[in-house]
Design a protein around this ligand. Structure first.
Ligand SMILES: NC(=O)c1ccc[n+]([C@@H]2O[C@H](COP(=O)([O-])OP(=O)(O)OC[C@H]3O[C@@H](n4cnc5c(N)ncnc54)[C@H](OP(=O)(O)O)[C@@H]3O)[C@@H](O)[C@H]2O)c1
Length: 333
């Protein structure tokens, strides 16, 4: 095997335990990476909310320490002990323990488990696959699960919360591409024009929302993709049409959920849990195939609002956690 084991490279490495947190650029060698069959020369990674929590120490994401950050990675196979992959193959991986139990994508090399290594789908470049990354995969997984549970475009519009964020903006694009009418709820009025450009047919200010307080209010949408949690998700449960689905993706505002059984037992509304990191391999493959073809986001260049190296990560994390950023940040290695 042609492993460049002794060659040193740069990594954004996180040391995090109960007592202390530090993260920054370090030199390491590929034989120091967590084990796996497929050594990848990394081309791109991205910044997700979870990366910001892990890298800043504001959330307990790492389950061992130290680790390289970055829950997403895309690049070229440098060496593989699994004959399914050969040198030069273009591959990607999202979630699957990256920056949680194994070294992630914020480094010039990553060593992946072949069972979680995805061949780059036809229809996407490595760069595009990382503009999509975990955020777009999560948005597409939401639609996949909603459709499996009976959602169709004919049932009516789908509302997306936290719409200017990574998952939100990709959800608007993907829903539109898949033939759905997408509505956006956002706290950023200045981004309404961008959301309309992605395909949103209506933009609603988060600050102007009033749901009413009854367990069931007049229904407004056929389904929802929620990135926010708390009062937003509680409100959504009261206003979804009969047999609609709510994909529960995130907790940008809160982990709380206060609702009643009424939407479930009177309207047959379903609350679907979305956990992208642990998605089974067959579903992972199916979702990436959609992302490279019929659900391929049409506005990836518009959604990629920033492109940075690993040195700039700390300031990107601060912006993201302050709720001030929009779209996706691509990381170039
Ligand atoms: N389930 C999964 O597998 C999975 C995967 C990826 C991400 N997530 C979760 O999904 C959420 C979004 O992730 P992301 O990467 O898209 O993050 P992001 O880019 O930071 O987007 C989050 C968006 O939520 C809105 N928001 C932020 N703070 C808020 C608040 N206090 N109240 C209401 N809205 C607020 C903002 O959008 P507006 O200003 O437009 O409202 C913000 O842009 C996060 O909670 C993340 O942990 C889950």
């Amino acid at each position: 095997m042609n492993t460049p084991g002794s060659q040193s490279f740069r990594a954004f490495r996180i040391h995090s335990d109960r007592e202390s947190h530090r993260a920054g650029i370090e030199e390491m060698r590929s034989d120091e990476l967590t084990p796996g069959e497929v050594l990848v020369k990394v081309a791109y990674s991205s910044v997700n909310y979870k990366d910001a929590l892990a890298g800043s120490g504001k959330g307990k994401i790492l389950r061992r320490s130290p680790l390289n950050g970055g829950i997403d990675v895309a690049g070229y196979v440098a060496a593989s002990t699994d004959p399914a992959f050969k040198e030069g193959d273009e591959v990607l991986c999202t979630g699957s323990g990256l920056s949680e139990t194994r070294d992630g994508g914020y480094a010039q090399y990553a060593r992946l488990e072949s069972k979680w290594t995805i061949r780059l789908p036809a229809g996407l470049t490595l760069r595009e696959s990382m503009i999509i990354g975990t955020a777009g995969f999560t948005a597409a997984l939401s639609l996949y699960r909603m459709q499996q549970n009976g959602q169709t475009a004919e049932l009516g519009p789908i509302v997306v919360t936290g719409a200017s964020g990574g998952v939100g903006s990709l959800a608007i694009d993907i829903l539109t591409r898949a033939g759905y009418e997408a509505h956006a709820i956002s706290g950023k009025l200045e981004h309404f024009d961008d959301l309309i450009a992605l395909g949103a047919k209506q933009c609603i200010s988060r600050k102007d929302l009033y749901w009413g307080q009854r367990p069931l209010e007049t229904s407004r949408w056929a389904g929802a993709i929620d990135n926010v949690g708390g009062d937003m998700l509680s409100g959504l449960t009261r206003v979804i049409h009969p047999y609609g689905n709510i994909a529960c993706c995130g907790n940008a505002a809160s982990i709380d959920l206060a609702t009643t059984v009424m939407p479930l037992i009177i309207r047959g509304v379903s609350l679907l849990g979305i956990a992208s990191a642990g998605t089974a391999r067959d579903i992972r493959d199916a979702v990436w195939q959609h992302l490279g073809s019929d659900w391929r986001p049409a506005h990836l260049d518009r959604i990629a609002t920033r492109e940075v190296g690993i040195d700039a990560l700390p300031s990107v994390f601060d912006d993201l956690l302050a709720g001030g950023s929009s779209g996706r940040t691509l990381v170039t290695l």
